[in-house]
Design a protein around this ligand. Structure first.
Ligand code: BTN
Length: 260
């Protein structure tokens, strides 16, 4: 598969394929500082030796089986205070792809941008933006999608497309992902933040659905009422209080403990 395989205007038209790299996000960041890559440039790696997750965590993928890539966009049309729109649009692209390829499974987005199949994480997204003044200069959208991996070594909260019944190839998933990203990026550009945020709410775990949450003070039952454009989530508790959080300030309790 090469860049001509993608039915896009610019995403993936410049594609760098690597057998191994520490992190595709790191590689793209370095590349930007030495070159002037076109918007839509994609860095794709067969394996990452130091894949990075959100908030300093690591991201594991299996050589040749999974998708690890970073896409460069230059979203100068988005205000810095509304940059969560990029997270929402990338989540929607992955959500659409999984819904099409695994039509019998329940695909949801767990705030801020984990993609779940039947409540297990199949995809993580790490977005790194560079800001000049009040404008976004560029955005590196890093996506790790578990496609073919069969083993998760004791991690019962993770899964892959193959484990959930996908029997097709990785290349087809990659094509759909690149095309879906461009589609949602252009939708964001043309229809605006609110349009994307509304669609994001439609696929968000915990909307109109009671879940257990834990914050620094307590564990409680509540429903997600909304996510704001700065990325803050609002949860309405069973006793009608509204609690607001930024990333990592609240935990979703999706799984019962395996030890009773
Ligand atoms: C998370 O859920 O914690 C985010 C994981 C993001 C992983 C991807 S894989 C491609 C890109 N390069 C990285 O080092 N991280 C992102």
């Amino acid at each position: 598969m090469d860049s001509s395989s993608f039915n896009t205007l610019f995403t993936g038209k410049f594609l760098i394929k690597l057998d191994e790299v520490d992190s595709t996000n790191n590689y793209l960041k370095e590349y930007i500082s030495n070159n002037k890559p076109i918007e839509g440039t994609v860095i794709l790696a067969e394996v990452q030796t130091a894949g990075r997750g959100q908030m300093g965590t690591t991201w594991q993928s299996q050589q040749g089986e999974d998708i690890t890539l970073s896409v460069l966009y230059r979203p100068k049309f988005i205000e810095v205070s509304k940059q969560f729109a990029l997270s929402a649009m990338a989540s929607l692209a992955v959500h659409d792809l999984l819904t099409d390829l695994l039509p019998t499974r329940k695909i949801e987005v767990k705030w801020p941008n984990d993609i779940l199949i039947d409540r297990k994480k199949v995809c993580g997204i790490l977005i790194e933006n560079s800001i000049r003044g009040s404008q976004l200069q560029h955005s590196i959208i890093g996506i790790g999608l578990n496609v073919g991996r069969m083993l998760f070594e004791g991690n019962y909260q993770a899964t892959s497309m193959r484990l959930e019944g996908y029997e097709g190839g990785k290349e087809f998933v990659l094509k759909r992902l690149i095309e879906g990203l461009e589609k949602y990026y252009l939708t964001l550009k043309n229809k605006g933040n609110e349009f994307i945020l509304n669609k994001y709410h439609d696929v968000l775990l915990g909307v109109n659905q009671e879940l257990s949450f834990t914050d620094k003070d307590e564990t409680y039952i509540g429903k997600v009422s909304k996510v704001n454009l700065d990325g803050q989530i609002e949860i309405q508790t069973a006793c009608q209080r509204v609690k607001k959080y930024y990333h990592k300030e609240v935990k979703f309790n999706l799984f019962r403990s395996l030890t009773f």
